[in-house]
Design a protein around this ligand. Structure first.
Ligand code: CA
Length: 406
């Protein structure tokens, strides 16, 4: 009896010891993950992946990526207000960089336009939205090993497991095709690949080798990446020569307007006027989009707007691509600004707000004039210190107060 109790005590002590040891816990998780990989290997082989490709793909992938799980679990603290979403994606420095890249890649863009019928500025805008014209590709904290990311989500994120298993199989097919070697198969935490952030199944469906080296390389070949984006749009209903849409001025009086698709002629008859001039194709169909209520800017969007949504299923995304493309191409900006809850600051002033918050020890992010949740949290903390409502907005008033606060 005594012997048994001692044994139980020892067992409990061992359990407590194991639980307090992160290495032991990690080893257990590793074993479970290893079992999961072994199970998935059967699925992959049954789906036509060779054992050699699978085993090389998973060489060194022996534990989930904790950073991927952290990003998958992230819940944004603020709903990004419309003005902030567009300010961060369409501003002077982004437009300047777009024009620089338009000049740098002009020859290839001409070829791509000819072959796929997609406007070059649309492709530059997608490239900017996806990876900041490739800048984000250089960041190891953003671009991770795609096999490990997808295996992590398939193994440990029940919400995304189905998506991740499908995409992991597609990623293995990419490796099997030989278009990219194992080490270069990198992507976002969710497995979006290369300059234009294709998920693996989109890569298989739409990636193109336009530079002619025999590989569809959206990681190291900008022409391949931009041509692949153009191909995706062309295969999803993009109509050459048609704009994504137009800003319009609504008729006065708050008249109720139809929700469906009408021709530009019908919209004109309902009293909608072009905001920036320019001829609209009278017979093309368009839908009215008010992303910021009736007091924000209004847009009539064409089928090409919906082709952009096939890239990323969000009205904001498609509109930002369209507006940024227009800005890179030198078209006039919005006639009606977004609704702002304060007097807006420009990006230099926003950077100054960040610097001053940093000097006060309230902010430790980048001084880049982009207002994300880090800056807004810091502004809210500063507002609380001054008994103000913690809105987190980078207003002129906040800048004034920060300047007085030396
Ligand atoms: Ca190529």
């Amino acid at each position: 009896m005594k012997n048994i109790i001692t044994k139980i005590h020892l067992a409990i002590a061992a359990l407590i010891f194991a639980a307090s040891m992160p290495f032991a816990a990690a080893a257990a998780a590793q074993t479970d993950f290893g079992q999961w990989v072994a199970g998935f290997r059967q699925t992959a082989l049954a789906a036509g992946i060779s054992a050699k490709v699978f085993d090389r793909a998973f060489q060194g992938v022996d534990a989930p990526d904790p950073q991927v799980l952290q990003k998958a679990a992230f819940q944004p603290e603020f709903v990004d207000p419309t003005w902030n979403y567009f300010d961060n994606r369409i501003n002077a420095s982004i437009i300047r960089l777009g024009r620089k890249n338009a000049a740098k890649w002009a020859g290839w863009l001409t070829k791509i336009e000819k072959r796929f019928g997609v406007d070059r500025n649309i492709l530059l805008a997608i490239w900017s939205m996806e990876t900041g014209y490739g800048e984000i590709m250089k960041r190891d904290d953003v671009m991770r090993d795609a096999i490990r990311s997808l295996a992590t989500l398939a193994y440990a994120d029940p919400k995304r497991a189905r998506y991740a298993r499908t995409q992991l199989l597609a990623a293995l097919k990419i490796l099997q095709s030989g278009d990219i070697d194992r080490a270069h198969l990198r992507g976002s935490w969710a497995g979006a690949l290369g300059h234009t952030q294709f998920i693996p199944s989109s890569y298989l469906a739409y990636a193109v080798d336009i530079d002619g080296d025999g590989k569809r390389d959206i990681w190291d070949s900008v022409p391949d990446a931009l041509a692949s984006a153009a191909n995706l749009l062309a295969k999803n209903g993009w109509q050459p020569g048609l704009r994504w849409g137009y800003e319009v001025i609504l008729p006065p009086g708050g008249k109720k307007l139809p929700a469906g698709r009408l021709s530009f002629r019908q919209w004109r008859n309902l009293g909608l006027k072009s905001a920036t001039g320019g001829r609209r194709p009278p017979d093309a169909e368009a839908e009215l989009k008010l992303l910021d209520g009736r007091n924000g800017p209004a847009f009539l969007v064409t089928r090409n707007f919906f082709a952009l949504k096939r890239y990323n299923n969000s009205d904001r995304y498609a509109l930002a691509v369209g507006l940024l493309a227009d800005a890179i191409g030198g078209r006039p900006g919005l006639k009606q600004d977004w609704q702002r809850p304060f007097t807006p600051t420009n990006s230099d002033e926003k950077a100054e707000i960040q610097q001053r918050l940093k000097d006060l020890g309230l902010y430790d992010g980048a001084i880049d004039g982009k207002i994300g949740s880090g800056t807004r949290t810091a502004i809210a903390a500063f507002q609380k210190q001054h008994a103000l409502e913690p809105t987190g907005y980078p207003s002129k008033d906040i800048l004034q107060l920060l300047r007085q606060n030396r």
